[in-house]
Every structure is written in C-alpha cells, then in structure tokens.
Design a protein around this ligand. Structure first.
Ligand code: C5P
Length: 221
C-alpha cells in the first residue's frame, strides 16, 4: 500500500454521554475505533494506520487494536488538529498519500477508502467524500428567525476519509494558524484545489444515540 491513514481519536467527547472517550464507545460489543480500524486494515491501499489516542490511553489503545490490524499509536494533542499533526509526524514519509479519518465514521466501507485514495493517486492534491444535502437549509439570526434559504443544490455534506498528497497535508499543517474542523479546510486556506468523490451513507458519523441504533441495525442486516 502507498497510503498512510491518520485517525484522530484523542478527544474526550461528551456527545454520547460523559465518561468514555467517544472513539472508545461501543457498538455491538466493540469500540467504534475497533470497527473503524478493521475496515481501514481491509483496504488494499493502506500501508500504515496511525491512531492518535488520549495521552494516558496510548498503551491501552495499542493493546486494543493489536489483534485488529497493524497500527501505530501516538499521543494526541490538545485539539483535533494537533492530534492529526502528531499522527502525521509518525507517518512513514515514503507513503505518498495520506488519509485522515474520523473513528466516529466506524462503518466506512473499504471501497470508499479505496475511492478516495485512487482519486489522490490519479493526481488530485486533495480529495473529500461528499453526499448531497437532502434537507432544506435555512440561515437564521441570533433569535432563530430565518434570514434566508440556502440553495442546497450547491451544498455537500462532507465525510471522511479525506485524502491528500503527503506534501500537501504537511504544508497545510505547517501553515495552519487557526483551528479547523477538517483537514481539507486547511488545504483550502493554502489555495489547494479540493476535489470531491461520492461518499456513502454507511460512512455516517456515529455520535448521537440514534446513530448508534442505526449503526447496530446496519451491522446485523
Ligand atoms: O470532539 P470533536 O467532534 O471535535 O472530535 C472530532 C475527532 O477528533 C474525534 O475523533 C476526536 O477523538 C478527535 N480529537 C482528537 N484530539 C483532540 C480532540 C478531538 O484526536 N484533542
């Protein structure tokens, strides 16, 4: 494989309930991170997986993932962006394509991982998987009153993995001055063209209790 995948899983997270780091919450008896890493390991292009874990959990996460796939585990940083940067420093520099993947997208199919990697391999510097927006989207003011309707035809919901030529992601993180919720946002800041490929509804972000129920149903169907 010519692809390194970085998995920022170092957040404490509170959305599914307090206590356990989000990536370690369980779906069908296994942490989301285990589900995500299993699918990354099944993608033929993937040559290295680097997980950023909470600093105090590095050894535990290493043990958790050892039976699942060959994984390098490093301590994450104070933000998602810092955790991605830490994982990037641990990535093998000979792997020319780097993907960044959220563990919460635990059911992301290996073929979608391949689709993103193939698009970068074809010469695109930055690639994100997207879905059309199905809901009507309104812009509102502070009082919650509608200011306008956004044309959803020009909008896309963004998933992960996001894929980059290694040099592009390195440059994007070196140039970063403020926090971004995704790595493509950093590349956009640099003026790097970001292309899209079709995402997959199965790659949904599993963050709320309803998502867990849907994901559990998907696993048994
Ligand atoms: O909390 P939030 O939704 O922003 O987290 C997004 C992802 O970034 C999660 O997978 C979380 O584990 C990760 N993260 C991280 N290091 C942090 C904060 C969040 O790796 N310091």
């Amino acid at each position: 494989g010519d692809v390194a995948v970085l998995v920022p899983a170092a957040g404490a997270g509170v959305r599914l309930g307090p206590g356990i780091p989000k990536a370690l919450r369980e779906l069908a008896g296994e942490p989301l991170l285990v589900h995500a890493v299993r699918r990354l390991g099944a993608a033929p292009s993937v040559g290295q997986i680097v997980v950023a874990a909470p600093a105090g959990d590095v050894e535990a996460v290493r043990e958790l993932l050892a039976p699942v796939a060959a994984v390098d585990v490093v301590a994450g940083g104070a933000s998602r962006q810092a955790s991605v940067a830490a994982a990037l420093r641990a990535a093998d520099a000979s792997l020319g394509i780097v993907l960044v993947h959220d563990a919460a997208r635990a059911l992301t199919p290996p073929d979608m991982i391949e689709r993103v990697a193939a698009a970068v391999r074809s010469g695109l510097p930055a690639v994100i998987p997207v879905l059309p927006v199905v809901d009507t989207i309104k812009q509102v003011d502070d009082a919650g009153r509608v200011v306008g309707t956004v044309d959803r035809a020009v909008l896309r919901a963004v998933q992960t993995p996001q894929g980059f030529l290694r040099a592009v992601l390195v440059a994007a993180h070196e140039a970063a001055v403020d926090e971004h919720t995704d790595d493509a946002g950093l590349a956009e800041k640099l003026g790097v063209p970001v292309h899209t490929v079709p995402g997959d509804e199965v790659a949904m972000k599993i963050t709320r209790p309803l998502d867990l129920r849907i994901a559990a149903a998907l696993l048994t169907s």
